[in-house]
Design a protein around this ligand. Structure first.
Ligand code: MTE
Ligand code: MO
Length: 199
């Protein structure tokens, strides 16, 4: 996560400088969910990655939370225009999970408990850009913010950070997820203000 604005040659940026175009700063943490909050008992929870050849890899809750975790501090940008800076999470880097599967697929569909989906290029899940997080601000992730675990992919608008994440389907061709299929941008880079199709 870049903490320094290139315009200022490494000087610590102000909060305003951390805001992508059209965003405003918020200090609270709004909840945005398209449907009811699913409750998943941890003994029935699992996370899967399915490859383009149909091979499925599964992690139970103890398996996932037993993997080495990172604690990224990142900025969140919601397409409804609020941004929250310097949020701290803990979770497993997506690349650690993806590196255990054999795949050449370039696209991923993220699936949530409850049925939500969102598409992300595989490249955007690698290189320290995405995590399956189970902790927010030092505490277990609450159900309304996606607990027990959500995807965190903070360099894209927050709708790509699927709450209640259940699995990742690797695909050789791109497909739109829930919001992408009703007019939101396919990629969703907040710095290029890619809110809607055609932006
Ligand atoms: N499963 C699921 N994930 C989701 C959503 C949702 O409705 N369902 N909403 C998305 C949107 S539009 C946003 S802005 C963020 C909101 O996350 P928050 O409620 O923790 O602020 O979650 C994203 N992930
Ligand atoms: Mo959103």
């Amino acid at each position: 996560m870049a903490r320094f604005s290139p315009r200022f040659g490494g000087r610590r940026r102000s909060e305003a400088e951390g805001l992508p175009p059209g965003q405003y700063l918020t200090r609270d943490f709004p909840v945005l969910s398209a449907g009811p909050t699913p409750r998943i008992p941890l003994d029935r929870w699992e996370f899967w990655i399915r490859t383009e050849t149909g091979v499925e890899h599964r992690w139970t809750w103890p398996e996932l939370t037993g993997l080495p975790a990172e604690t990224p501090t990142v900025d969140l940008h919601c397409v409804t225009k609020w941004s929250k800076l310097q949020t701290t999470w803990s979770g497993v880097p997506m690349e650690d999970l993806l590196s255990t599967v054999e795949s050449t697929a370039e696209f991923a569909m993220v699936h949530s408990y409850g049925g939500y989906t969102t598409n992300v290029p595989v490249a955007d899940l690698l290189d320290g850009k995405a995590w399956i997080v189970h902790t927010y601000d030092g505490k277990d992730l609450t159900p309304e913010h996606g607990g027990p675990a959500r995807l965190l992919v903070p360099h894209l608008y927050l709708w790509k950070s699927a709450k209640w994440v259940r699995g990742i389907e690797l695909m050789t061709r791109d497909e739109p997820g829930f919001w992408e299929s009703v007019g939101y941008h396919n990629y969703g880079d907040p710095w290029r203000e890619q809110r809607y199709q055609g932006d």
